[in-house]
Design a protein around this ligand. Structure first.
Ligand code: DGI
Ligand code: FE
Ligand code: FE
Ligand code: FE
Length: 186
């Protein structure tokens, strides 16, 4: 799978607005990779495909969680918005034949983060949060931090995500807390 084919694939799987978000995430991830390193080609591929499953039917993704032993069952107990990252990584592997774990894990953890994130995971996670289309004030704060400290920017994103979700009384996935604790103790 080359970049051009990956872009074509997501252009057909996503609505135009989501595809434009994806293009901005790729651009943002590219800038972060130039600054902080990581596997450049794998970061870009993960960024292109990160929301591949965004518009898959919820019921189909829930079925996938129940059938696929590699997917944590507890995903079913949190908001359905979480499914597209974890289940998306499985679809990318099965449907697009991408087997590279650096790419797959950057897709899998792009929404929640996790403890012990790889550099590639951090970059895709943060690029998704700070791409220029995110106009809320917390994104600007994280964008500023990203200029010289990747971990502090990830911490701010996680903190704001936890605040945002708890303000809406939504369940928070344990990986999100574990990622937050990991960065806060750095
Ligand atoms: O797919 P995007 O919109 O580009 O961004 P994303 O993958 O970060 O998804 C954001 C959505 O996921 C948003 O509706 C909030 C939700 N979300 C993020 N972290 C958690 C979460 N939902 C729950 N229930 N728990 C989480 O920890
Ligand atoms: Fe996403
Ligand atoms: Fe995100
Ligand atoms: Fe996204």
């Amino acid at each position: 799978m080359n970049e051009k084919k990956a872009f074509e694939t997501v252009r057909h799987s996503l609505k135009p607005r989501r595809f434009e978000h994806t293009e901005r995430v790729v651009e943002q991830a590219t800038k972060l990779a130039e600054k902080y390193g990581g596997d450049f080609k794998k970061i870009r591929m993960a960024a292109i495909l990160h929301d591949y499953a965004k518009y898959r039917p919820t019921e189909e993704m829930r079925q996938k969680v129940m059938k696929n032993s590699t997917l944590p069952m507890r995903l079913l107990d949190y908001g359905d918005e979480l499914l597209h990252s974890f289940v998306g990584a499985v679809y990318v592997k099965e449907e697009l034949d991408i087997k590279d774990e650096v790419i797959l894990s950057a897709i899998r953890y792009h929404t929640t983060g996790r403890a012990g994130m790889t550099l590639e995971e951090k970059i895709v996670f943060l690029a998704d949060y700070i791409e220029p289309g995110r106009t809320f004030p917390e994104a600007a704060e994280a964008r500023k931090l990203a200029e010289d400290d990747l971990d502090l920017a990830c911490l701010a994103s996680l903190k704001n995500t936890i605040i945002h979700l708890s303000n809406k009384s939504l369940a928070i996935y344990p990986d999100t807390f574990e990622a937050y604790n990991d960065f806060v103790n750095k």
